[in-house]
Design a protein around this ligand. Sequence first.
Ligand code: ACO
Length: 328
Amino acid sequence: MSTRAVVLAVGHYAPQRVLTNADLEKMVDTSDEWIVQRTGMRERRVCSDGETTSTIATEAAREALERSGLRPQDIDLVVCGTVTGDMWFPSTAAHVQRNLGLENAGAMDVGAACAGFIYSLSVGSAMIEAGHAKRVLVIGADSLTKFTDYTDRSTCILFGDGGGALVLEGQQNTDRGVIRTVLFCDGSGIPHIDVEVGGSKYPAGSPQAEGRRTKIYMNGNEVYRFAVKAMGDACVRCLEQAGMTADDGGLFVPHQANIRIIESAAKRLGLPPEKVFVNIERYGNTSGGSIPLGLYEAEQTGRLKRGMVVMTVGFGAGLVWGANLIRW
Ligand code: ACO
């Protein structure tokens, strides 16, 4: 009898501080009109000085755990998709384990940039399906604003902070749960998005790091072209492997990087607007946080209901991309 990784509950966290397009107009040569037209964004949340990615991950996980009705000791594993951990090590997942007192849980981070949640959900559900874990916290959380260059108008308008978390439980005799996941990578795209300094190639403070970038660099046009194709491809492949079509899906919750990328993917899949979840206008691109934040808001607003098939899809630095199909 096969085991499915069923979603028991979802939680979220977004910092209180709001950065609007009007605020950005005072910082760089940009306009509200340009940002709205080219990206769909109006405002985003930004961590306060005391807030970090582990704050986002912990609070999202705390809410998901509370809503699931489980106790901290019931969790076997924490998988956190992030590329903005508090430190290079230990992992952000280890902070969550400590902060929530998950005394029986292992903990690890998954580094897949804006596809961090897609990858983490794949890992978490596979651990359940293989029988290595019964209950898993899967988190997507990032604070990209900490690595954003607020003198670069081509990137600083895009990013915000936030995240979400799911509690998964292995169950049998159910058609709910993670149906299928697909993951892809094309490392030839490595130069298109990066933060150079801080890793082992250009360690912070080392002579090698001198003159290298400490903030996000992105070739927006290359990433845009790639993303439009990757989002549609991943969805098609995931649906094919599940023996389903886009019509079987009740809701599409894509990574929120640019409204035009989302609309192109939806068009290719033939999805009407009412099946496409968008909150980019309020959060911008929260990297690994965007999809679970979207799932949370979709459920809260009644657009995502139990038993409905939801498709999530994301892409990011690497370049990496992927999709998940879940019966909620
Ligand atoms: N305000 C006003 N003008 C701007 C701004 C701005 N904030 N930014 C760029 N411009 C200008 C450019 O200088 C250019 O001017 P020019 O024609 O005089 O040279 C013009 O606007 C057009 O620039 P483009 O870069 O062609 O603008 P485009 O429509 O492609 O939008 C954007 C840029 C929004 C970055 C888009 O390319 C995009 O969304 N790319 C994908 C980004 C993405 O999805 N990243 C996700 C991964 S992030 C991760 O993994 C961490």
